[in-house]
Design a protein around this ligand. Structure first.
Ligand SMILES: [Zn+2]
Length: 116
C-alpha cells in the first residue's frame, strides 16, 4: 500500500474508532495509574534536579539556601504559561538560562510588590 493511502486509512480508522480509542485510553490509564504517577514524579524530579544544578539553590535576593524554600522565577517580566518542570526537555534547556533561584517569600514580594 502507498504510504499516503496507508496514512489516510489510519486517519479514517481513527475517526471511525474515536469512542473506542477514548474508552481504551481511559481503561488503560485507570489500570496503569500507579505506573503513570511514578513516571510523572520521576520526570518532575529529573527536571527539578537539572534546574537546581544549572540555576542553583540560593535565593538571589536574601541568600536563603534551604532547597525546599527555593522557587524559580523568570525576571524582566518574562513569564511562561507552564511551570519549567512541565516543559519538555528541549524547551526546558532554553528556559533554564532565563531562570533565577528565589525563595518563596522573595518570589511573592517580586510578583505582588511590598504592601507597605
Ligand atoms: Zn529570598
Amino acid at each position: 500500500m502507498h504510504p499516503e493511502a496507508s496514512r489516510l486509512s489510519v486517519q479514517k480508522w481513527k475517526a471511525k474508532s474515536k469512542d473506542a480509542i477514548s474508552r481504551y485510553r481511559k481503561k488503560w490509564l485507570a489500570e496503569n495509574r500507579e505506573k503513570v504517577l511514578l513516571q510523572q514524579r520521576r520526570k518532575y524530579q529529573e527536571k527539578l534536579d537539572f534546574i537546581r544544578e544549572v540555576v542553583g539553590t540560593v535565593c538571589v535576593d536574601c541568600t536563603e539556601d534551604r532547597p525546599a524554600a527555593i522557587q524559580y522565577h523568570h525576571p524582566n517580566g518574562r513569564s511562561e504559561k507552564k511551570a519549567p518542570t512541565l516543559c519538555g526537555w528541549e524547551k526546558l534547556k532554553e528556559e533554564v538560562m532565563h531562570l533565577i533561584a528565589i525563595c518563596a517569600t522573595c518570589h511573592s514580594v517580586r510578583h505582588r510588590g511590598e504592601l507597605a
